[in-house]
Design a protein around this ligand. Structure first.
Ligand SMILES: Cc1ncc(COP(=O)(O)O)c(C=O)c1O
Length: 475
């Protein structure tokens, strides 16, 4: 009966024989009730040992595919018929193995670039991975990794010493007003943004969004189909003046201390006006404080969360720029009465943040190495920022217009070109960037390239600028 099985002698025989027999039974190529050859016979036919066939038969019997009838032999279990389709409704063999899947999810148009190298020089948001103090980090990591406490479960809200260290850091360095119990450690800022959507958004709730703006936040806050209303920029910052005429909103997303991607900084009068509008309008402000450590001339501007005693602000931060994106650790600060709701949402959507990473960051901060690292990176990124601007003005004047604020890890180069195509061409040459047009909701209003200089060495800055020049001139 069995003449359609072929085994590859180079691969595990038992596994192959098991898979082929079970697939033929499921596909009804071998029908319920029919007899299989004895193990001796099948072993001889296939040129394998009898032990191999016996082991496979035993496994198939244990799973209910086969039955041994004393004195008669091995049969395909008749009862399988009731769980498989009846013959008259039966798809053919080929159909049953290629039967259509249930409806597949709709993938958003600008979904992730699967398989693309996300760590190319000029990739926006990427810190200098080589400048990271990996030896000191590893010493702390080794110290933490032997601790038994970190091998089990801890708490959804985050490892307590890390929450304490974050609280101290954002209070002193970012002016955030909070207590430790308001801080929730998240899996990157991205999880914080998506938890805000989970906890606060109900059907039809309107979300105001600075335009252009950060796509990660846009995707998180629009994923339940809530209307996303663009708020234009004025002088590279959110135009606070237009909000009064825009009506109600549940949430407003913004990057007030360094607008992403255009780089502007809301001054104190605008920040106060924004908070007052939110209080009047009963809107929660999401303050994404993603890279405000890196201001090159002034001290970083304080977060709007800390402007007044009780601001309607959900404060989001991340270690992706200040340490490494690969750690996937961020944080969220919410008013005390909301903490429980966020913890419930976090419990459901993934639970705890990896403890070893949390404990290592906590010790890195407590030992003073975090502030040392930030000081060094501020200097390093300032030098790269100056060098990148110098190269741009020497090589690309007339081809692009840089939008330069004295902050951050990226520069926008505006220009009248097909930015999606140009970004792809640069990528093919080994340089990251994102098209400015992709940061707009609705119609593209401006084209250009968002280029992260923090991840590029001087030599890469030179090569990247020359590559861009050739591409722009060949257009
Ligand atoms: C505006 C903005 N917010 C937040 C983040 C950080 O996200 P995460 O902590 O999920 O890496 C980024 C990263 O590029 C960003 O550009």
């Amino acid at each position: 009966m069995i003449n359609d099985i072929q085994l590859d002698p180079a691969a595990p025989l038992q596994q192959q024989l098991y898979r082929q027999l079970s697939q033929r039974i499921i596909g009804r190529r071998y029908l319920p009730g029919s007899q299989l050859p004895s193990s001796r016979q099948l072993a001889a036919d296939l040129g394998v040992s009898r032990n191999t066939v016996n082991a496979v038969y035993d496994q198939l019997k244990a799973e209910g595919f086969l039955l041994s009838l004393a004195g008669k032999g091995v049969f395909i279990n008749k009862d399988i018929r009731s769980t498989l389709n009846q013959p008259d409704q039966l798809p053919s063999h080929s159909q049953s193995t290629t039967a259509p899947l249930p409806p597949l999810p709709i993938v958003p148009k600008h979904s992730l670039r699967l398989g693309e190298d996300a760590n190319l020089p000029f990739q926006p948001g990427l810190p200098d991975l080589d400048a990271f103090p990996i030896r000191s980090w590893n010493r702390i990591l080794h110290h933490q990794e032997s601790r038994r406490l970190l091998r089990g479960y801890d708490c959804i809200q985050g490892y307590q010493p890390l929450r304490r260290a974050i609280t101290e850091y954002i209070r002193t360095s970012r002016g955030v007003r909070c207590e430790e119990h308001q801080v929730i450690v998240t899996n990157g800022a991205q999880q914080a943004l998506s938890l805000i959507g989970d906890v606060l958004l109900q059907e039809g709730d309107r979300v105001f969004f600075e335009n252009p703006g950060y796509r990660g936040a846009r995707y998180a806050l629009s994923r339940y189909g809530n209307p996303l209303l663009p708020v234009p920029l004025k002088g590279q910052v959110l135009d606070v003046g237009v909000l009064a005429d825009m009506g109600p909103a549940k949430l407003l997303f913004c990057t007030p201390t360094h607008q992403y991607p255009m780089g502007g900084i809301l001054d104190i009068a605008q920040r106060m006006a924004l908070v007052e509008w939110a209080q009047r309008n009963q809107t929660w402000i999401i303050e994404d404080d993603y890279d405000s450590e890196f201001h090159f001339h002034n001290k970083p501007f304080a977060a709007i969360q800390g402007l007044f005693d009780k601001t309607p602000v959900l404060y989001v931060g991340s270690f992706s720029k200040t340490l490494l994106p690969g750690l996937r650790v961020g944080y969220l600060v919410v008013p005390e009465p909301m903490v429980e709701a966020f913890l419930w949402a976090k419990r459901i959507s993934g639970g705890e943040t990896p403890l070893l990473a949390q404990a290592t960051i906590a010790e890195f901060i407590e030992s003073g190495q975090f502030s040392r690292h930030l000081r060094r990176m501020r200097q390093l990124y300032r030098d790269k920022w100056l060098y990148f601007q110098k190269r741009v003005s020497e090589e690309l004047t007339g081809l692009v217009t840089p939008v330069a604020e004295s902050a951050g890890m990226h520069l926008v180069l505006k220009g009248n070109f097909d930015d999606v195509n140009l970004s792809q061409q640069l990528r093919a040459l080994g340089f990251g960037s994102t098209p400015l047009s992709a940061h707009f909701i609705g119609d593209t209003q401006q084209t250009g390239l968002v280029m992260g200089f923090a991840s590029a060495s001087e030599r890469e800055i030179e090569a990247g600028v020359s590559a861009l020049k050739s591409l722009l001139q060949s257009d």
